[in-house]
Design a protein around this ligand. Structure first.
Ligand SMILES: [Fe+2]
Ligand SMILES: [Fe+2]
Length: 453
């Protein structure tokens, strides 16, 4: 292999970040005379997570370095700077934050393991501390995975604290197993301090970390899904048709995300906001047309295209104005990917058959970058098409859904979103199930006129 090819394969920015991280951490380890082999272990674990396990939702190299730095600093600050017992290291709070932010139990376990190991090593290789911290962190991660309320988080932190105490209590006892040891008040005090510190870390750092790592927790998502939220209220009042469309897209997307193990709440909330930009010119979008008076008939196709394209830009402006999390703003930019505004493209071709219009009538993209945005993009088209079905029988619904999914796949719209063919089949099945339920509810039963006779 040529050297130039090898050079191209190296991500220089990642390498620089990794080396800078290694240099800073080496200095910290040197100052506090911590065993250097632990630093090597941190790297081995991350290389394993990134390249061997390919852990899902793994943050970028920079974010990973920041998290690794924090996971080294937490036990250092507690044991070397404040010189308190290792039982106070708030590994529970840190692991809960990672679980909430990155929606990955595997990542939380990796960090729980690292901080516990470092904590034990910084307390003269105290095995009891390491094991009790690890048990507390595992319970905390499992109890906070995909929770939606702050009260559930605090309950989980307290329960994880109890587990940590129980493990520490068992391990610290010196008598035989059958003799009930006296309660160690000092241990209770230290672990209570840990629980208090962990709760404070989660509550204060969660919004800051969401901003720093450009992620969104289920807690924030639930707050954003409230229809009293000013932006959603405006959507209901200013573009009621788009609001109805977004509700159905949300139901379709949530079920599909659930079926493949993606984040259903993220898909639902993303669907609520995906067409928010339409509220500035609602009358130009089919779902808001009053008496089906098509305003576009008077316009040139290029003008119509511009107005339609602008709902993405307007949506982004509104998202910035209302401080909507970037993860949700992604749904606004990605839900049309690089698709063609087919109706106006056809009209342009009719008016000017020799012109090359295809590129001009394509949305600028990007294509969906994750599973949830891809699901919303599919659900969006399927919802719009389902309204044009004249007789929505189960077989016609299935045919339409399969056609849309196949077309998007063939066009390469789903190339960048990590969906497998197996996932696509599950998504298709969920869409068919939900649409059948929606149309079944809409069937007009014959009126009972018996009372007139
Ligand atoms: Fe849209
Ligand atoms: Fe839409």
């Amino acid at each position: 292999m040529k050297i130039s090819t090898i050079k191209k394969q190296i991500n220089w920015a990642s390498l620089a970040i990794g080396l800078a991280f290694f240099a800073v951490m080496s200095l910290v380890f040197f100052i506090y005379s911590v065993d250097f082999s632990l630093l090597v272990l941190v790297f081995v674990v991350f290389v394993y997570a990134k390249f061997v396990r390919k852990v899902e939702n793994l943050p970028s190299n920079l974010d990973l370095s920041i998290l690794a730095a924090i996971s080294i600093l937490i036990p250092l600050v507690v044991t070397a700077v404040f010189k308190v017992s290792g039982y106070v290291i708030p590994v529970i709070g840190f692991v809960v934050l990672i679980t909430l932010l990155f929606d990955s139990l595997e990542l939380s376990f990796i960090f729980g393991f690292l901080v516990s190991l470092l904590g034990a090593s910084m307390c003269n290789d105290n095995f009891n501390i390491g094991i009790s911290l690890l048990c507390g962190s595992i319970v905390a991660a499992m109890l906070t995975y995909r929770v939606k309320r702050r009260s559930q988080v605090i309950r989980a932190v307290v329960l994880a604290g109890c587990v940590q105490f129980f493990v520490a209590f068992i391990m610290e006892r010196e008598q035989s197993f059958f003799v009930l040891p006296a309660l160690d008040l000092n241990l209770i005090r230290m672990i209570s301090l840990n629980v208090a510190l962990s709760s404070a870390i989660v509550l204060t750092l969660q919004p800051i970390f969401e901003y720093v790592f450009r992620v969104v927790t289920n807690i924030s998502l639930l707050e954003m899904s409230d229809f009293n939220n000013p932006l959603l209220r405006r959507l209901i009042l200013e573009a009621p048709g788009t609001y109805q469309h977004s509700l159905v897209v949300a139901n379709l997307s949530e079920a599909a995300a659930e079926s493949i193990g993606a984040n259903p709440l993220l898909a639902r909330v993303g669907a609520y906001y995906h067409d928010i930009g339409k509220m500035l010119k609602p009358e130009y979008f089919v779902e808001n047309l009053v008496n089906y008076k098509d305003i576009h008939k008077k316009l040139k196709p290029s003008m119509s295209k511009l107005i339609i394209f602008n709902h993405v830009k307007d949506g982004l402006d509104l998202a910035a104005k209302y401080k909507i999390n970037p993860k949700i703003a992604d749904f606004i930019t990605q839900h049309h990917g690089r698709t063609l505004v087919y109706y106006f493209y056809q009209r342009a071709k009719e008016l000017e058959p020799e012109g090359k219009h295809e590129e001009e009538y394509r949305y600028p993209g990007p294509k969906p970058q994750n599973k949830e945005t891809a699901i919303v993009a599919l659900a969006d088209t399927i919802e719009a098409l389902s309204r044009t079905l004249e007789e929505p029988t189960p077989s016609r619904i299935e045919e339409m859904v399969r056609e849309v999914v196949k077309k998007r796949f063939m066009e390469g719209e789903l190339d960048e979103c990590n969906l497998t063919l197996k996932d696509l089949e599950k998504i298709t099945q969920s869409f068919i199930r939900i649409l059948n339920a929606v149309f079944h509810a809409r069937i007009n039963y014959p009126k009972d006129d018996s009372h007139k006779q």
